[in-house]
Write a protein that binds this ligand. Structure first.
Ligand code: G3P
Length: 215
């Protein structure tokens, strides 16, 4: 499974990139707003750090506005993937952009039928928000499994980009189901590497090493 980092914080992206585990980046308007910078400047800097798909979201919601904005966002850098909301006009935009060779990430997916339509419209990625489904006491992981089955049944090329990941268990379950990508906060990437037995084992090794004579 590819690992994307879900943040607009370039310091976090640099840190995770240095570990060699980041395949791409996803952003959304809420994350970019936290930086106090323009969307374009943040995306251009991210593209200098990570050589992989970088998702940038359109802010319009009407057909013409989304199309105009998406075509502009796609010019920011060759690695930019344009994030389009999963609404009926958004699907029209996805079909047009796909026909023009512009990559898309269809965001705010909460049901298998939405995911099916995004794939039929030609989306490069579908972003099911599994944590937000869990938040309302439904089962976000069930959606990941449903999308995997539907896409495999019919040979859709759209990649499942599991989003709204909140903890390592989400990551493991997505990988077992066969999500193509998991996008997660910097904190979760660090949690993936953490284990109390690793820390305890290292502390013991260091304590014992102190007893080793120098020569
Ligand atoms: O970027 C989209 C998604 O990953 C947002 O996650 O935690 O705000 O539900 P969250």
């Amino acid at each position: 499974m590819k690992i994307f980092i879900d943040t607009a914080d370039v310091a976090e992206i640099r840190d995770a990139a240095a570990m060699g585990v980041v395949d791409g980046v996803t952003t959304n308007p809420s994350l970019v707003a936290q930086t106090g910078r323009s969307y374009r400047s943040v995306i251009e800097e991210i593209c200098e750090i990570i050589d992989g798909p970088i998702s940038a979201e359109v802010l319009s919601t009407d057909l013409e506005g989304m199309l105009k904005e998406a075509r502009d966002v796609a010019t920011w850098h060759p690695n930019v993937v344009v994030k389009i909301p999963l609404i009926p006009d958004g699907l029209k935009v996805v079909r047009t952009l796909t026909d023009e060779g512009i990559k898309t990430n269809v965001t705010l997916c909460f049901s298998p039928t939405q995911g099916m339509l995004a794939a039929k419209a030609g989306a490069t990625y579908i972003s099911p928000f599994l944590g937000r489904i869990d938040d309302i006491s439904w089962d976000g992981m069930e959606l990941i499994g449903q999308l995997r089955t539907i896409y495999d049944n019919y040979g859709f090329d759209t990649q499942i980009l599991a989003a709204s990941i909140r903890h390592p268990k989400h990551v493991v379950e997505c990988a077992l189901i066969g999500a193509d990508v998991g996008t997660m906060p910097h904190k979760v990437i660090l949690q993936l590497a953490k284990h109390p037995l690793t820390d305890a084992g290292l502390a013991k090794f260091l304590a014992d090493a102190a007893k080793i004579p120098p020569t």
